[in-house]
Design a protein around this ligand. Structure first.
Ligand SMILES: [Zn+2]
Length: 90
C-alpha cells in the first residue's frame, strides 16, 4: 500500500466516523442543554411573579395577559388598551 492509498483509506475512515459519531454527540449535547427548557420551574415562577405585580399595578393585559411595565397605556404585546389607562389610581 503506497502513501496515496493510505491517505484515501484514512480519509474514508475519518468521514465514516464523523457521520456516525457526530449525530450521537450532537443529540447528547442537545439533551443536556441547560436553561433552554421553557418549562423550567424557576422561569415559570418568574413569569407568575411578573404577572402578579402587573395585576397589582393594573398593567396586566385583559386581552392576552401580558404583564406590561408600569405606566403603560397600551399592551406591549397585542396593543389593547390597558385598565390603568384611565384616570390614575395611586
Ligand atoms: Zn395584550
Amino acid at each position: 500500500m503506497d502513501l496515496t492509498q493510505f491517505v484515501v483509506v484514512a480519509g474514508i475512515v475519518v468521514a465514516v466516523l464523523t457521520f456516525i459519531v457526530w449525530p450521537i454527540f450532537g443529540r447528547a449535547a442537545r439533551g443536556r442543554a441547560p436553561g433552554a427548557n421553557p418549562a423550567d420551574p424557576a422561569r415559570i415562577e418568574q413569569r407568575i411573579g411578573e404577572y402578579r405585580s402587573a395585576l397589582r399595578r393594573g398593567t396586566a393585559c385583559e386581552q392576552c395577559a401580558f404583564p406590561n411595565r408600569e405606566g403603560a397605556r397600551f399592551c406591549q404585546e397585542c396593543g389593547a388598551r390597558l385598565p390603568a389607562a384611565g384616570p390614575a389610581s395611586a
